[in-house]
Structure formats: C-alpha cells, structure tokens
Design a protein around this ligand. Structure first.
Ligand code: NDP
Length: 328
C-alpha cells in the first residue's frame, strides 16, 4: 500500500515535492491543491487531481499526509494549524524566531483533530538543526558555527526588487573563506555578522534609473545589507536569465569542541550541503518526514513534532532488519 500525498501550494517547493514523490516508490501523489485558478497550473504528474483548497476537507479520506508548501511569512502560520485539524501535515516553516509559537498553534490543532504535524522540516531548519543538536550533545564543551551559501536568498532578492528603479535582482549569500578556515582549524574565533558572510547582488535596473542611488540604497538597507560587506553588479535581463536562473544553496554546520581530562584534545564536526536546487532538496527531506508522519499516525500518535522528535528509522522505507544489515 502506498502513502497518499497531497501537495498544498504549487510554487517552487510544491514542484519539488512532486519530483521527490516520484523518486519514492512507497508514495503516490493523490492531489495538488491551490488557491489560484486550478486550470493555470502546469502539473508534471500525468492524471493527478488538481483541486482548489476549499475542496481539501471533503477529500480527507483520500490523503494520508498533506504537505504544506506555502511561504513562511504569511501562508504557513495560518494554513498549517488549519489543515492539521483534518490531515497529517508536514511543513517547512523557516522563521526561526517564531517556531515556538507556530509549534503551539499546530500542536493544539493536531491534537484536536487526532493528527500528526511535523513542522520546520527542510535543511535549515531541518538537517542543519539535527546536526547542531548532535554536535552539542557529543561535544558539550564547544562552539557552534553555521555558515550559509553560496546560495540565493529569496528574501534578500525580494528586498532589492522593492528598491525604486530595480526591475529584477538575485542575491547570493557567500561564506567568508578566512572565517571558515579559522573555524575548521579549531581557532574558535568569535565572529561578527560581517566577518561570517558577504552578500553579492546582481541587479537589472530599469532604463534611465540612477544606478548610484540604487546601489547606495541597497548597501545601506537596514536588517538586510547594512551589516554586511555587500557588492552590487548591474547586469542585463538576458544575463540574469542566462547565469542566475537556478536556486542553488547550501552551507556548513560546524561544531568544534574539546575532550580529555584537561580538555587536551580538539575535535571538529562538519556537516556540509552543496545544493543545485534549494526547493528540490528541501522537498526531498520533507517527503522522508511525511513517511514518518504517516507511520506515527498509524501508531496512534497525535500533536506537533519537529525533526528532534522523530527517530531516524521512521524516515526510511527500509525495515529495521534491513537498516541494521546495510546502514548501521
Ligand atoms: P513560492 O513563492 O514559490 O511559493 C509559495 C506559494 O505561493 C505557493 O505554494 C503558491 O500557493 C503561491 N503562489 C502564488 N502565486 C504563485 C505563482 N505565480 N507561482 C508559484 N507559486 C505561487 O515559495 P517556495 O516554494 O520557494 O518556498 C516556500 C517556503 O519554503 C518558503 O517560504 C520557505 O519558508 C520554505 N523553505 C524552507 C526551507 C527549509 O530548509 N526549512 C528551505 C527552503 C524554503 P498557491 O498554489 O496556493 O497559490
């Protein structure tokens, strides 16, 4: 019997989930739900149902796990608790500071409906969070470092697009090599925001726009760029489409620490990701957690969980026996 997956929201992540389901033979895509005109979506899976979000509740018996693919800013805080009443749900909520309140809202709704909700699944939060936790418990005497990039930050790209005279833009977050090296060498540096990452902006300006002013507005933008060394390069629309179409990302989680009676031995734990497609990788993590949500629900569990609460074996299609034989 396959696990029937619903996708709610068909943007980059929704499409990524569709691809990931294809690569997991124990799953099938039951339906895609959207708030837009359903005729306007270009769904890849032949014959799959495309429905409006309003139809979802009436289809609750056809879906084992609903994967919520909306944005973290305004979609998921509303949609995840709402749909957790009727479905097992997984989301990729990534506003770190608001995870505790999101957890509370989803927990109450999932318990009310008797379902499992797994929130903040992906790579950060997600796989990076797990690696931070493993690093901390293995090396309690130590320091944590997370570097992001080289990769596209959608939020920062959007912020540049809001500057007057900007037609389109792509922003890359780039880790500072010397800082990474110092951490890997066990120097335990204390790094400021500026010392850890730089920001590279590729900007298409509207014709006749004042480029000097645009650059100044970008590099001094509070919260986004003012605390970083930021470079701005103006390029043509064709160059943007040709060289900056993808959504790559990645980064490093590093824990350095000491062991021994006198702390005489040093250790470095490093987890690294180099992703060609941020949404496709995020989606691949999410579908593994959808499998866990399905299994936990079958066991009678209810309520909200994060990656910290899911035992690794629940993520795999292999049996315990197979896992012990091949992967232990
Ligand atoms: P998108 O902006 O591509 O899609 C978000 C939603 O926008 C869609 O679900 C869709 O819902 C709606 N939408 C409206 N108009 C359009 C349109 N013209 N084309 C496509 N979608 C449209 O966001 P992403 O999919 O890139 O990212 C979703 C979230 O994933 C991010 O907000 C981020 O929080 C999270 N994320 C988490 C990561 C992690 O590691 N935890 C990593 C990467 C992302 P509808 O179909 O209902 O209109």
């Amino acid at each position: 019997m396959t696990i029937k997956i619903g996708i709610l929201g068909y943007g980059n992540l929704g499409k990524g989930v569709e691809c990931a389901v294809k690569h997991n033979p124990d799953m099938e895509l039951a339906a895609v739900f959207t708030r837009r005109d359903k005729e306007s979506l270009n769904i890849l899976t032949p014959g799959v149902k495309v429905c409006s979000v309003q139809e979802a509740e009436s289809m609750k018996d056809e879906i084992d796990v609903m994967i919520l693919c909306g944005g973290s800013a305004t979609d998921l805080p509303v949609q995840t608790p709402e749909f957790a009443k009727c479905f097992n749900v997984v989301d990729s909520f990534d506003t770190h500071a608001r995870i505790p309140e999101h957890f509370e809202a989803v927990d109450a709704a999932a318990k009310e409906g008797g379902h499992v909700g797994i929130i903040s699944v992906g790579w950060d939060p997600g796989m990076f969070s797990l690696n931070r936790l493993y690093g901390n418990v293995v090396l309690p005497e130590g320091s944590d470092y997370t570097f992001w990039g080289r990769g596209v930050s959608q939020g920062h790209s959007d912020a540049i697009r809001r500057v007057e005279g900007v037609k389109d833009a792509r922003q890359y977050t780039v880790p500072v090599e010397v800082a990474l090296k110092a951490v890997r060498d066990g120097e335990n540096p204390e790094l400021t925001t500026r010392q850890k990452h730089t920001r590279e902006c590729f900007v298409v300006a509207e014709e006749g726009a004042d480029l000097k002013r645009i650059e100044e507005e970008i590099v001094t933008m509070p919260n986004y760029f003012a605390d970083y060394d930021t470079t701005v390069r103006f390029i043509s629309e064709e160059e943007l489409m040709r060289d900056h179409k993808g959504i790559p990302h990645g980064g490093f989680v590093i824990r350095t620490g000491k062991t021994g009676w006198e702390n005489e031995h040093s250790h470095v734990i490093e987890y690294s990701l180099k992703l060609d497609s941020n949404p496709e990788f995020t989606a691949s993590v999410i579908v593994a957690y959808a499998r866990a949500a399905y299994r936990l629900s079958k066991e009678g569990a209810a309520g909200c969980k994060t990656v910290f609460d899911i035992a690794p074996a629940y993520l795999s299609p292999l049996s315990g026996e197979e896992l012990r034989k091949h992967l232990l």
